[in-house]
Design a protein around this ligand. Structure first.
Ligand code: FAD
Length: 481
């Protein structure tokens, strides 16, 4: 396994002039609005042209900084607008960039100018956090009409939780492609969901219902009842369908599957989500500190709440921990940006580091903010303090790769390696799991605590490799049940 040798670093720089313009633009965003009004805010924001739908590839520093600056408003705005924004710029436009052909990528310019919004239809009801691994939506090639027919064969295959699914004009929909009766695997389709007259035929939409936070974001379930879409909707950089004789699937780049390339979006998403969790946490601590610095307290002389020892300690610990994590995530961002610009798949070591960064940033943020809530007294119960938006971090935990699923993947990949790697504890756990697995696949779940212990060892190794000398404590959410 290749090691990750680039030094620990800060996030990539963008011009100060652009930063100020973006700060000004996002300062106008409001969350106490309907989801239609919230969508209108995103349409207007993209029409400023400050952040292009193609910046993820050509200017990734700007793409990540835009996400971070927006996340600074999260303790006031909640998660709704941030999710809407990242779904449009990363998952929707990013997928077109990753698997679209030249013409399809070019369409992004027009989409931005018109202020159209796009969704990303991956998650299905049955698949949940295992989305991507399980895709039961079908796209059947009809050679006669040269169209794809998109169907949800059962309720479990309906798309679920799709952000801006009730307002978006467009969607990247992931479906299992069938050509002349043969399964060709999961592929992405850039399809219209609505035109000026309303929803397109044979697509049914439902509202996921009221959430604890982020109700300025519409989340939809979507059922396809034989929706017909033209041939050019297949994002065809890596694979296409040739019409005639029932149709033929053509793989354009040997060894690269469409789904693997769609999965690339999850890496930029994971870095953006990791930053969002850390930025939320920094801001919540700043807001709370501004309160506790002025709150008089008896301890025993007339003093402030900030001087209460456990709170003082927590502020120090949070600052130190956040600095370490910001360094780690910054380094992952730098290396990923390089891959994005060169159009390369991140090496395995970077993929693992990014997964570790996402797990650590969201779980440590949940831990720190929970502790802060416990130790700051009645303030945490008040509205507009940021504490009412803490479920922002809940969304960070499962978006673009749930912590548990990422940990399972880290552990699974580690168990496949038989040569010595990592600390003696890591080697011991890997060996125990390798031995247990000789008894059959069921041993994996039966040893789930060892699985997560091993994953934690891998996470720690990744941090220490990218940022030598850095160690972090196990977040409570990942400790033994
Ligand atoms: C606000 C919001 C916006 C979203 N936007 C989009 C979007 O735009 N597009 C899109 O495609 N999706 C979107 N999603 C879906 C999201 O990415 C997740 O896929 C989805 O929330 C999964 O939720 P679930 O509760 O159904 O997961 P479940 O699959 O029911 O999992 C519940 C929990 O069980 C655990 N678990 C499940 N399976 C396993 C396993 N095999 N091993 C170990 N643990 C397991 C996990 O810890 C998980 O947290 C969105 C979700 C939300 C809430």
């Amino acid at each position: 396994m290749a090691t990750h040798t680039q030094p620990c670093g800060k996030a990539m720089a963008v011009s100060e002039e652009w930063r100020q313009q973006w700060i000004e633009a996002v300062s106008k965003i409001r969350s106490n609005v309907s989801y239609e009004e919230s969508a209108q805010q995103l349409r207007s924001l993209q029409q400023t042209g400050l952040l292009k739908l193609t910046d993820l590839k050509y200017n990734p520093g700007k793409f990540f900084e835009a996400h971070r600056l927006l996340a600074r408003h999260a303790p006031n705005l909640g998660p709704g607008f941030w999710i809407r924004f990242t779904v449009h710029y990363n998952l929707f436009a990013g997928s077109v960039l990753a698997v679209g052909n030249e013409q399809q990528v070019k369409q992004l310019e027009e989409i931005q100018q018109k202020g159209f919004l796009g969704c990303f239809g991956l998650t299905e009801k049955l698949a949940g956090v295992n989305s991507g691994g399980v895709v039961n939506t079908i796209a059947e090639w009809d050679d006669q009409t040269q169209e794809f027919v998109i169907t949800s064969p059962e309720v479990g295959a309906q798309k679920n939780w799709i952000s801006q699914g009730l307002v978006g004009e467009l969607a990247v929909v992931v479906a299992d492609l069938r050509v002349a009766g043969k399964r060709c695997g999961a592929h992405a389709f850039l399809m219209e969901l609505r035109d000026a007259k309303g929803p397109v035929p044979n697509v049914e939409f439902g509202d996921m219902g009221r959430k604890t936070v982020g109700n300025d974001l519409d989340n939809a379930w979507i059922a396809f009842h034989g929706a017909r879409v033209p041939r050019h909707t297949l994002l065809s950089r890596y694979g296409d369908v040739q019409p005639g004789n029932g149709g033929t699937y053509v793989s354009k780049v040997k060894g690269l599957t469409n789904m693997a390339m769609i999965g690339q979006r999850l890496f930029s998403g994971r870095v953006a989500v990791a930053w969002a969790a850390l930025t939320f946490t920094r801001k919540l601590f700043e807001m709370t500190r501004a309160y506790s610095d002025h709150k008089k307290c008896w301890i025993p002389k007339n003093s402030t709440l900030t001087e209460v020892p456990q709170l003082q300690h927590l502020y120090l610990r949070a600052d130190e921990t956040l600095k370490k994590l910001e360094n780690f995530v910054g380094s992952c961002e730098k290396q990923l940006s390089d891959c994005l610009q060169k159009d390369e798949i991140p090496p395995m070591a970077l993929q693992e580091a990014i997964a570790s960064a996402k797990i650590l940033a969201s779980e440590t943020s949940i831990d720190l903010c929970f502790r802060l809530k416990q130790d700051v007294g009645s303030h945490a119960l008040m509205g507009d303090t940021g504490f009412e938006q803490m479920d922002f971090l809940q969304a960070c935990k499962f978006a673009e790769g749930d912590s548990r699923i990422l940990m399972q993947k880290l552990a699974r990949d580690r168990v496949r390696i038989s040569s010595p790697l990592g600390s003696s504890e890591e080697q011991q756990l890997a060996k125990e799991l390798q031995d247990a697995m000789k008894g059959g696949a069921k041993a994996w779940d039966a040893n789930f605590e060892k699985v997560y212990d091993l994953a934690w060892q891998v996470v720690q190794r990744n941090v220490a490799t990218v940022c030598p000398g850095t160690s972090l404590r196990l977040p409570c959410g990942l400790s033994k049940l």
